[in-house]
Design a protein around this ligand. Structure first.
Ligand code: NAD
Ligand code: DAU
Length: 350
């Protein structure tokens, strides 16, 4: 049985990756390594927590000794690294947590893998999951390619860029078998409601103002989270060592158009008169250094490895709204903070 450590598996994207690997690969033992920060929620994985090929390890990637201990306990053949501080606004108010987790944490993992594998690279893989934000901000035209020069502009993206550079440095310097992907904005179930789409869904439901930064003209390229998990699966299994793949939805929306569409969908689903939710839109002070536009060219992934997104936004957004409306308890427990008791109840008190 092959053992894979997935870091950040209790988070938004990580939980979809863990579920996919646990269900699709019974011959893999999946070790979910997560510190359970405010963004980690084991309730995301209730449906697989008792699977025989799944185990949870509560550990912080900034803790070198703890990481070495997990590696020597499980002796993984592979790592899929998603653990990170991920919210741009938090990086602006408190950059140090991003430096610690995203940079130092990544180096701790690289060191632990290098030490464990000790030059025996055959069958080993360190997969680093990164973001399109490392490329900076586009004007009205053009795309991010794998060859686009890095130009990060927020503490979050600078810390992710640093981690990408370090992962590549371990490949070139030591031969560590690495692969990297850089993805655009994800949306879908289990998204922490500090991010635009789940925040807006929650606020529309509760008839609260929807804060739109600046004039709402910033553009993001949205991808359904399960399509990102499917891309990670393909890159993990087929991407050659040392390669980088861009992952995107080819689905650009200005924030204001996106919020208007969401309002329309929510009015229909909640049986409200069309136009009711749009009245909640409130333009607020812009994010400092707000990147104007992201747009990914994922031709390399499509042509070399055969990945395609399965859902259009017109399918994925209503599906996402349906999920939040059907999982009110999940949202209530996250917004009230109750989800943070789950680890104690589930893993420490039985
Ligand atoms: P998230 O914030 O929802 O989850 C992050 C997870 O990492 C949480 O479970 C958290 O507990 C864990 N974590 C944080 N610090 C840790 C530490 N020090 N040690 C161990 N675990 C820790 O993040 P997400 O949106 O799911 O993003 C996952 C990864 O994908 C990140 O690396 C992010 O940069 C990248 N990414 C995200 C998006 C997006 O749109 N959300 C797009 C592209 C790339
Ligand atoms: O591009 C990939 C990145 O996408 C990931 O690497 C990040 O981890 C992820 O958080 C996301 O970053 P963004 O900053 O693009 O996502 P966020 O949901 O915070 O914001 C999306 C857009 O909406 C952005 O232009 C800022 C704007 N916004 C956001 C919030 C939270 C608002 O207008 N109002 C809001 O309340």
């Amino acid at each position: 049985m092959k053992t894979i450590i997935i870091t950040g598996g209790a988070g938004f994207i990580g939980s979809h990756v863990v579920r996919r690997f646990v269900n699709n690969y019974p011959n893999y033992r999946i070790v979910n390594l997560d510190a359970l920060t405010y963004a980690g929620n084991l309730e995301n994985l209730k449906d697989v927590e008792n699977a025989s090929n799944y185990v949870f390890e509560h550990a912080d990637i900034t803790d070198e000794a703890a990481i070495e201990a997990v590696f020597s306990k499980y002796k993984p053949e592979a790592v899929i690294h998603l653990a990170a501080e991920s919210h741009v606004d938090r990086s602006i108010s408190g950059p140090m947590a991003f430096v610690k987790t995203n940079i130092i944490g990544t180096v701790n993992l690289l060191n632990a893998a290098r030490k464990l594998w000790d030059g025996n690279w055959e069958g080993k893989r360190f997969y680093h999951v990164s973001t399109d934000e490392v490329y900076g901000s586009l004007g009205e035209e053009g795309f991010f390619y794998e060859s686009t020069a890095y130009d990060p502009r927020s503490p979050y993206s600078a810390s992710k860029a640093s981690s990408d550079h370090l992962v590549r440095a371990y490949f070139h310097t030591y031969g560590l078998p690495v692969v990297i992907s850089n993805c655009s904005n994800n949306y879908g179930p289990n998204h922490f409601p500090e991010k635009l789409i789940p925040l807006a869904i929650h606020r529309i439901q509760n008839n609260q103002e929807i804060p739109v930064y600046g004039k709402g003209e910033n553009v993001r390229d949205w991808l359904y989270v399960e399509d990102h998990a499917a891309a990670i699966d393909v890159v993990f299994h087929k991407g050659p060592n040392g390669e980088t793949y861009n992952i995107g939805g080819n689905n650009e929306w200005t924030n204001i158009d996106l919020i208007r569409l969401l309002c329309k969908i929510m009015d229909e689903k909640l049986g409200r008169e069309v136009g009711t939710s749009e009245k909640l839109i409130t333009f607020v002070k812009d994010r400092a250094g707000h990147d104007l536009r992201y747009a990914i060219d994922s031709t390399k992934l499509k042509t070399e490895l055969g990945w395609q997104p399965s859902l259009t936004f017109e399918e994925g957004l209503p599906k996402t709204v349906d999920w939040y409306l059907a999982n009110q308890e999940w949202l209530d427990r996250v917004t009230s903070g109750q989800y943070q008791n789950y680890f104690k109840q589930q893993y420490q008190e039985r």
